[in-house]
Design a binder for this molecule. Structure first.
Ligand code: NI
Length: 167
């Protein structure tokens, strides 16, 4: 297994729309394992392939305290959205920034698992928010894009400055 490098906003590669995965093979399973390891090490509760510069439709999430409830979603599709909820979000691609975003309160998702089988999942609370946030990544969208223009500009400046200082 290997830790993967996470792209940081405002890297333009984060705005790539990911392509569907045609076949769940060993390469995909290896990448999923590396993504999970990278997410746990960060530490984070979700990671989309887009964030590690692989533009295919796969994401991993684990919102449990014990880090023992890993979910891998391949080609995820939201079938149903209900209600509305505002929660503070963060993102491994936007380190140190947290802000409130409005999302659906409950979702039903259809996806493929690592065995290549289709499944459906009902998610609410933190899990529902996390899945919506990660699916956005696959569409090339970062959560800060829900914030005001002014906030987005401030965040861009802050992260660009941090990246320069780290070099
Ligand atoms: Ni994120």
């Amino acid at each position: 297994m290997a830790l993967l490098k996470i792209l940081h906003y405002p890297d333009p590669r984060l705005h790539t729309v990911a392509k569907p995965i045609a076949e769940v093979n060993d390469e995909i399973r290896r990448l999923a394992a590396d993504m999970a390891e990278t997410m746990y090490a960060a530490p984070g509760i979700g990671l989309a392939a887009t964030q590690i510069d692989r533009h295919i439709r796969m994401l991993v999430v684990d919102i449990s305290e014990e880090k023992n409830s890993l979910l891998t979603l391949i080609n995820p599709r939201i079938l149903l959205k209900e209600g509305e909820a505002m929660h503070e979000e963060g993102c491994l691609s936007v380190p140190g920034i947290y802000d409130k975003v409005s999302r659906a309160e409950r979702i039903r998702v259809q996806a493929t698992n690592l065995a290549g089988e289709s499944f459906e999942l009902d998610a609410d609370g933190l899990l529902g928010i996390c899945i919506q946030h990660e699916i956005d990544h696959l569409e090339g969208k970062v959560f800060v894009e829900y914030l005001s223009r002014l906030k987005q500009t401030r965040i861009k400046h802050k992260l660009t400055k941090q990246a320069k200082e780290a070099m």
